[in-house]
Design a protein. Structure first.
Length: 68
């Protein structure tokens, strides 16, 4: 039973990583990960989940001008 749980968690690892990191593209990663049984989409989803930028973007507007 624990082996099946391990396989399940390993299969959904990219989606779990995306959800834990609060990435804005978590739904897209989950969609690609859904076809992970084809191996290549699983690796693509894993790289996407690890490479996504989850830092908040701060935009300051001063006198009508955007300052970053």
């Amino acid at each position: 039973m624990s082996f099946i749980l391990f396989l399940f968690l390993a299969y959904w690892m990219p989606t779990i990583i995306a959800l834990v990191r609060h990435t804005p593209s978590a739904l897209g990663i989950a969609a690609v990960n859904f076809f992970g049984f084809l191996i290549v989409p699983w690796w693509l989803a894993l790289v996407w989940a690890l490479a996504s930028d989850n830092r908040p973007h701060v935009v300051i507007i001063e006198n009508g001008r955007v300052v970053r």
